[in-house]
Write a protein that binds this ligand. Sequence first.
Ligand code: CO
Length: 657
Amino acid sequence: MTSLTPESTRGEASLVKALAMLSPEEIDRSREILVREGLVTENTHFSYFGLCEPDKRELLGETGPPAPRRFRALLIDMSTGESHDVIVCPAEDRVVSSIVLDTATNGSVPVVMQEFAMVEEIVHRDERWLAAMRRRGLTDLSVLRAQPLSAGAALNDDERGRRLQRVFTFVQKNENDLPWAHPVDGVTAYVDVISREVIDVVDHVVLEVPQEDGNFHDPDFNGPLRTGLKPIEITQPQGPSFHIENGVLDWLGWRLQVGYDSREGLVLRDISIEDEGRRRSLIYRASIAEMVVPYGDPSPQRFFQNFFDSGEYLLGSFANSLELGCDCLGEITYLDVVVADNSGRPRTIPQAICIHEEDAGILWKHTDSFTKSTDTRRNRRLVVSFFVTVGNYDYGFYWYFYLDGKIELEVKATGVVFTSGYPGKGYKYASELAPGLGGPHHQHLFSARLDMMVDGPTNAVDELEAVLVPRGPENPTGTGITQRVTRLRTESEAQRLADNTKGRVWRIVNPQVQNRLGEDVGYVLYPEGRPVLLADAQSDIHQRATFATKHLWVTRYAPDEQYPAGDFVNQHPGGAGIPQWVEADRDVDGADIVVWHTFGMTHFPRPEDWPIMPVDSTGFVLKPHGFFGRNPTLDVPPSEGDHCHPGGADHGSHVHH
Ligand code: CO
């Protein structure tokens, strides 16, 4: 399909530039054009602004300089709700296209900050909501915090086409008090954020407001600090082993371009690895393209609770500024990112991306009784990460690259569990976190979009499984095991669940490139194999998050297929994204393919998750399988011996203090 070899995509300044992160000038220039063309008025909010992903086939196929960069702006007029999906090109000084969204049918643009800000005031003046509060003995408005939540699918014709938030209430005793400790459960207000009115109040059940505080951020609350923690310091006296220039990161053979998007967060581009002097491509583009947190309590006040943190909330826009000595240890390189704020002006998030290097334990080791040799090598990894806060939860996304060709993604979930009232012992759909405080059961499901390019764009996926060969002449002892290889030929065949009892994994191969043993080169995706979306097939969330019902999907590359739950997830009725694309049932055997991997945790909150949750992790691993001809780390030198100290010794002054 493209005449370009993978090598020629690497290190070319024009390609790097075509995919670079947003600059403040590009945002300003785009805004000027949109204002000039009448698309931005005083009531317009920029819901999303980002690089319009170039068609990969054109980008890789081009010989001259790439086409000028285009940007996508999702705009909403908050006085009318009218929303536009606009492509703008500053270099050509023009709006390329502009579409008015049919929000009743096709979903809405992501939530804008103003919606968070306005809801409390709207709720506080609604008679039905005030009556519900009075019913609970709550009359002091100054302590009642409104928590707006994305609305999910429309519940009836009256809701269709309206822009909604569904609103819970929490008590905040004073400005230092954590409201999540005191949910006012049983009441939900439905708010139209365009007409700025409460359209309905569900007052289902009166549950006592839990009184115990959860103020982990207050030193007095936590009591005396434990003692005995001696310092651990990481020193890299010669600096880190990586190098970054114009967003292109080089580390011990690995090369990748670091990108960032306000919807997806980190976008890693053009991931390649050097092998005996050759640069070999692995992944054209890797990102977490969607995530959803479906809640599993079907009660009338909270059945709608499903948060798409990417498609509804733009998790990348909530990146934390990371600080040395706090989030990461060692020699850290930080990258700032620039996003557009809701007024369409550049907003810099300082130190949003963290890049560092870590020891990763033993790489390989053997003591041989024949040769009397003892050899050990240590592994290490390059870490590219960012952390976001989306409402109550905080998520860290950590991409790891190892010396042996392994790639790993770890998502760390922490923060505050979403709380409810706890109806009483034996309640099925929540656990009790503290006296009277519930933690509704829920899932955190992520979709990794892996635009694979294993030694070039022509790839295919095999499913590998461990199987017992039936006892018979071929296997007389009944002990013969083998690996079954099944090629997933079409998009309908490539919709798979993990099965850890069979060791089921998926190998992405290039049928056109063989290793020295004559086998197709490949990389294997190892799923964790935890539960996919549990909600049943008739539920709204099943329709809206169909991507999360399988661990694996493989689709044919198409430039506009970026988001697995569709482009407009907010209030979308369902069916968009992957389920729509795969209806074509395209051929994915020896084609330019995209691998979509669902992973995540199913969370039954523990008392230990309150009042702040220790990090829980989920993710996946990609490992070379026949990609190299042998162990690619034989050239790793042994560590310097003086880094191993017997306990308590005080030599090696660069380590001890
Ligand atoms: Co959770």
